[in-house]
Design a protein around this ligand. Structure first.
Ligand SMILES: *[C@@H]1O[C@H](CO)[C@@H](O)[C@H](O)[C@H]1NC(C)=O
Ligand SMILES: *[C@@H]1O[C@H](CO)[C@@H](O)[C@H](O)[C@H]1NC(C)=O
Ligand SMILES: *[C@@H]1O[C@H](CO)[C@@H](O)[C@H](O)[C@H]1NC(C)=O
Ligand SMILES: *[C@@H]1O[C@H](CO)[C@@H](O)[C@H](O)[C@H]1NC(C)=O
Ligand SMILES: *[C@@H]1O[C@H](CO)[C@@H](O)[C@H](O)[C@H]1NC(C)=O
Ligand SMILES: *[C@@H]1O[C@H](CO)[C@@H](O)[C@H](O)[C@H]1NC(C)=O
Ligand SMILES: *[C@@H]1O[C@H](CO)[C@@H](O)[C@H](O)[C@H]1NC(C)=O
Ligand SMILES: *[C@@H]1O[C@H](CO)[C@@H](O)[C@H](O)[C@H]1NC(C)=O
Ligand SMILES: *[C@@H]1O[C@H](CO)[C@@H](O)[C@H](O)[C@H]1NC(C)=O
Ligand SMILES: *[C@@H]1O[C@H](CO)[C@@H](O)[C@H](O)[C@H]1NC(C)=O
Length: 476
């Protein structure tokens, strides 16, 4: 998935260590100090039997809450849906009350647009539908799990979507729009995969006759990083993804693989109008990392491919050449394919009939075209970052959830240290437990504390408090 939510730190009423700078003077030996520190960095309330417990002053979570749970989120700060003509004209916002929406698509009858929204709380994805003129907004599935990638069936009665409900893994689910019944198609006895390997199921797509749902999955593949192989694994820790294409019936029968290519990612399947072919993108596993990063996106490639659904053969290259091409979709009965190219000065929406809509002036993502090929819906994102301490969705009603920048750690004296990767310039700052009283500790752009100034301009990482709260150690 594209967003990472990293639980990092719980701020509870932790005991201050009396008698700093030396814990011994507080009747606490080094082992106790290490244990207390370990408890704190996992966000747990320190044991009441701790020998150092003394009343503390400051932390005042909302009444009825145990404390504040601070989370980082490396993702765009805003995401808003737009609808436009396929040639780029007449662009307008889809919703009158946008919150944070993405992954929209048209229903096959052209009456609805389904999408993902976080209107129940920042960080919690749920699924909705709305008329193409923005009226009649309806919630489809909203749980504390991730719901995403919803698509309506050709007869308008069912919705297929991705949900992490029940086992915290992305599975394909179906919702009956009339009865409200919901059932999972994957994670069933007939689709069982090797549970010690990677297993997610993504981007469902209905066949035109409603008999099949195609999707992509990394099931039965190994976790791996990126970059050069070394004796300890690869040089880059960020995981890459190896996807294959699969199909299943909406009642969970007849699960099968459509096509697979070792060390490649085959994603975003869509059906031809006659239901005979599947169009998708193909990229190397390594490029699934490069396609995410601004400094490598223009060196990464993908190819738009198609395959005969019934046999998994007759594989055709539809769009070759350089650049990351995504979200392919058959636009008409003649087999014209629309897609987006991401990165660089050629970014935009393309068709194989020669149309190009230059979208480089903004960040437009995940386009989906209407069944008649005349309109397109997509999200526009920005990296204007959430304010520090912004309220997030609460997955545990005992705790307040708040946004923070990376590597937060609280001192025994209840001061928070973070690295301002998104909110600043990779500097280290400290704050009090209400997110206020920010103080700059280390600014890499001016730092010169090593004699030859070799640290100037280097990013700072992961500050950690000394027990007495008078020192911070960190990397650059
Ligand atoms: C945090 O800092 C703000 C601004 O200086 C101050 O008003 C507030 O009382 C402080 N809160 C705590 C818990 O220290
Ligand atoms: C929006 O479209 C729906 C049907 O698709 C229609 O009933 C409604 O009147 C339209 N609303 C506006 C404000 O045009
Ligand atoms: C999916 O459905 C099966 C029954 O077919 C059930 O045993 C399993 O728990 C379900 N998985 C999830 C994640 O709900
Ligand atoms: C599941 O994957 C693990 C790790 O590769 C492997 O050791 C194990 O044999 C696999 N189990 C089955 C049933 O294939
Ligand atoms: C599922 O649907 C298919 C095709 O509609 C049908 O042949 C099959 O019997 C159904 N399976 C079950 C378990 O109902
Ligand atoms: C991308 O494609 C272009 C043109 O086909 C080719 O020159 C280039 O080597 C490819 N780059 C990668 C990373 O595969
Ligand atoms: C499909 O191709 C035919 C013949 O080239 C052309 O007349 C027609 O306009 C095309 N239809 C669409 C929807 O592009
Ligand atoms: C798209 O527009 C930008 C800004 O006007 C321009 O620099 C770029 O060359 C255009 N790209 C193409 C492929 O025309
Ligand atoms: C870096 O960020 C800190 C904290 O936000 C700020 O005080 C400082 O002026 C910034 N330095 C530069 C060079 O912009
Ligand atoms: C290091 O930086 C300081 C302040 O920017 C400057 O005065 C000093 O000359 C620099 N030292 C070296 C060895 O470059």
């Amino acid at each position: 998935m594209r967003y990472s939510l990293l639980p990092l730190l719980g701020l509870a009423s932790v005991p201050a260590l009396g008698g700093c700078p030396f814990a011994h003077t507080a009747n606490m030996d080094v082992d106790d100090m290490v244990k207390a520190h370990a408890r704190m960095s996992r966000g747990l309330v320190a044991s009441k039997s701790s020998p150092s417990t003394v009343p503390t002053s400051s932390t005042t979570p909302t009444v009825g809450k145990k404390g504040v749970f601070m989370m980082n989120r490396i993702a765009p700060g805003t995401s808003e849906l737009y609808i436009a003509n396929t040639d780029g004209s007449n662009e307008r916002p889809l919703l009158s009350d946008p919150v944070f929406e993405y992954h929209a698509s048209f229903s096959p009858d052209g009456e609805w647009i389904t999408f993902t929204s976080e209107r129940n709380g920042d960080g919690n994805s749920d699924i909705y539908r709305v008329r193409t003129n923005g009226s009649d907004l309806q919630e489809l599935v909203a749980t504390p799990a991730v719901e995403d990638s919803v698509v309506i069936s050709p007869n308008g009665r069912l919705a297929a979507y991705v949900s992490t409900a029940n086992n915290m893994k992305a599975n394909i689910w179906v919702l009956d729009l009339q009865t409200g019944a919901q059932w999972n198609l994957t994670n069933t006895p007939s689709t069982a995969a090797n549970s010690s390997l990677v297993e997610s199921y993504l981007r469902p797509a209905w066949s035109p006759d409603g008999e099949w749902i195609a999707f992509s999955s990394d099931r039965n593949t190994q976790w791996d990083g990126h970059g050069e192989p070394t004796f300890l694994g690869r040089t880059g820790w960020e995981t890459t993804q190896e996807l294959s294409l699969y199909a299943i019936r909406p009642n969970g029968s007849d699960f099968r693989q459509i096509i697979s290519k070792p060390y490649y990612s085959l994603g975003s399947p869509k059906w031809s109008a006659d239901g005979k072919r599947i169009v998708y993108y193909e990229m190397t596993r390594e490029d699934t990392y490069n396609a995410h990063r601004p400094e490598t996106i223009t060196t990464a490639n993908s190819t738009i491919m198609s395959v005969d659904f019934a046999t998994g053969t007759d594989v055709r290259v539809e769009v070759a050449g350089s650049g990351v091409k995504q979200f392919p979709q058959y636009l008409d009965r003649n087999g014209t394919i629309a897609y987006t190219l991401k990165g660089g000065t050629s970014e935009g929406f393309y068709t194989t009939a020669g149309l190009y809509v230059n979208t480089t002036s903004a960040t437009l993502r995940s386009p989906a075209w209407s069944p008649d090929g005349k309109q397109v819906v997509y999200e526009k994102t920005t990296w204007s970052i959430r304010a520090g301490y912004k309220k997030l969705y609460s997955w545990d009603s005992d705790w307040d959830y708040r946004f923070t920048d990376v590597f937060p750690q609280i001192s025994h004296q209840e001061r928070i240290a973070i690295t301002q990767k998104q909110l600043g310039n990779s500097s280290i700052v400290t704050l009090n437990t209400t997110g206020a009283d920010l103080q700059l500790v280390y600014d890499p752009s001016t730092a010169d504390f090593v004699s030859d100034n070799e640290t100037t301009g280097l990013s700072a990482y992961q500050p950690s408090w000394s027990p007495c709260g008078e020192w911070l150690v960190f990397g650059v």
